[in-house]
Design a protein around this ligand. Structure first.
Ligand code: GUN
Length: 293
C-alpha cells in the first residue's frame, strides 16, 4: 500500500499563519498581544527543549511570552506561589507548568492551583470534566492537536475502531475521550490499552486507527497492524545514532520504516504530532486572551 503522511509540520505552520493574522487584527484594533507564560522547573533537557519550542512559536505568531525558570529544589509552596502570581497577573493570558515536576512536588496539587480560565494545557479537573462532557473548554494540546491533524487531512474517522495505547492524563485518556465523541473527527469505537493489557497484539490488529503514546522506540512492529491502518505516533524517543553529529536522533513508538508500507496514513517523528501540540497550545492561548478581553 502506498501510504500518505499526516504532515504535522506543514499543518502547524498553516495554523500559526492563521493565528498570526488574527493577532495582527487584534493589535491593529488597539488590543493587547496574547501572552503565554511557561513555568520550567529543573534541568530536564527534553522539558527545556519543549518549552523552548513553545516560546519560539509565540514569537512567530506575535504573542508575548515569558519563562519562569526555577531550580529542581524549589519547594511546593514556592511553586504554588508562582502559580498564584500568574493566576493574578493582568499581563499573562494563559500559562503552563511544564511536566514532569520533581518527585517532592505534588503535581496534582499544582495543576489544581492553576486558574481554569488560564489553564491552556487543559489539565485542571474542571476543564477535564468539561471536555469529557463535550462542553466548550481548553482541550489538552496533544490529543486536540491529533484531532486537528486528522481533520485537516480529511481523514474520516466515523465508525472506525480506534485503539489508543497509553493511559496518561496528558495523552491516552483525553485522546480516548475525544475519539469517542459525536464529532468529526470522532465517532470512533475506542479500545484503550495500557501496560497491563493482556495480548496487546490482538487489539492492535483490530485497529483502523492506532494512536501510540508509549515512550518505547520502535515498539509497534509491522506484524502488529493490519493493512490500511491510520497510525498516529505520539511517541518522542531519543535513540543513539552514531551517524549524526549529535550522536542521537528522535524517533517514535512505531517502527516507521517497516510499518508505514501497511498504512493508509501515518505521522512521521519528528514532524507529526509534536508541532501540532504547539499549534494547539497557541490556539488555546489566543482563546484565553480573547475570553479575557
Ligand atoms: N509534558 C509533556 N507534555 C506536556 C504538555 O502538553 N504540557 C505540559 N505542561 N507538560 C508536558
Amino acid at each position: 500500500m502506498s501510504y500518505k503522511i499526516l504532515d504535522g509540520k506543514k499543518t502547524s505552520l498553516s495554523i500559526q499563519q492563521e493565528i498570526a493574522e488574527e493577532v495582527n487584527k487584534i493589535v491593529e484594533a488597539g488590543g493587547k498581544r496574547p501572552h503565554l507564560s511557561a513555568v520550567l522547573v529543573g534541568n530536564d533537557p527534553a522539558s527545556k527543549a519543549y518549552v523552548g519550542h513553545k516560546v519560539k512559536a509565540c514569537k512567530v505568531v506575535g504573542f508575548e511570552s515569558s519563562i519562569v525558570e526555577r531550580p529542581s529544589n524549589i519547594t511546593e509552596n514556592e511553586l504554588l506561589q508562582i502559580v498564584e502570581e500568574l493566576n493574578n497577573s493582568e499581563e499573562v493570558d494563559g500559562f503552563i507548568v511544564q511536566l514532569p515536576l520533581p518527585s517532592h512536588i505534588d503535581s496534582q496539587k499544582v495543576i489544581e492551583a492553576v486558574s481554569p480560565s488560564k489553564d491552556v494545557d487543559g489539565f485542571h479537573p474542571e476543564n477535564v470534566g468539561k471536555m469529557s462532557l463535550g462542553l466548550s473548554t481548553f482541550k489538552p494540546a496533544t490529543p486536540a492537536g491529533v484531532m486537528t491533524l486528522l481533520e485537516r487531512h480529511g481523514v474520516k474517522t466515523e465508525g472506525m475502531h480506534a485503539v489508543v495505547i497509553g493511559r496518561s492524563d496528558i495523552v491516552g485518556n483525553p485522546m480516548s475521550a475525544l475519539l469517542r465523541m459525536n464529532t468529526e473527527p470522532g465517532n470512533c469505537t475506542v479500545t484503550q490499552c495500557h501496560s497491563r493489557t493482556v495480548d496487546l497484539m490482538s487489539h492492535t490488529l483490530q485497529a483502523d486507527l492506532l494512536i501510540t503514546a508509549i515512550g518505547k522506540p520502535h515498539f509497534v512492529t509491522a506484524d502488529m497492524v493490519k493493512e490500511g491502518v491510520v497510525i498516529v505516533d505520539v511517541g518522542i524517543n531519543r535513540i543513539d545514532d552514531p551517524s549524526r553529529k549529535s550522536g542521537s536522533r528522535l524517533t517514535g513508538d512505531v517502527d516507521f520504516e517497516n510499518v508505514a508500507p501497511k498504512c493508509s496514513w501515518i505521522t512521521p517523528v519528528p514532524g507529526g504530532v509534536g508541532p501540532m501540540t504547539i499549534a494547539t497550545l497557541l490556539e488555546n492561548t489566543l482563546r484565553a486572551a480573547n475570553d479575557r478581553s
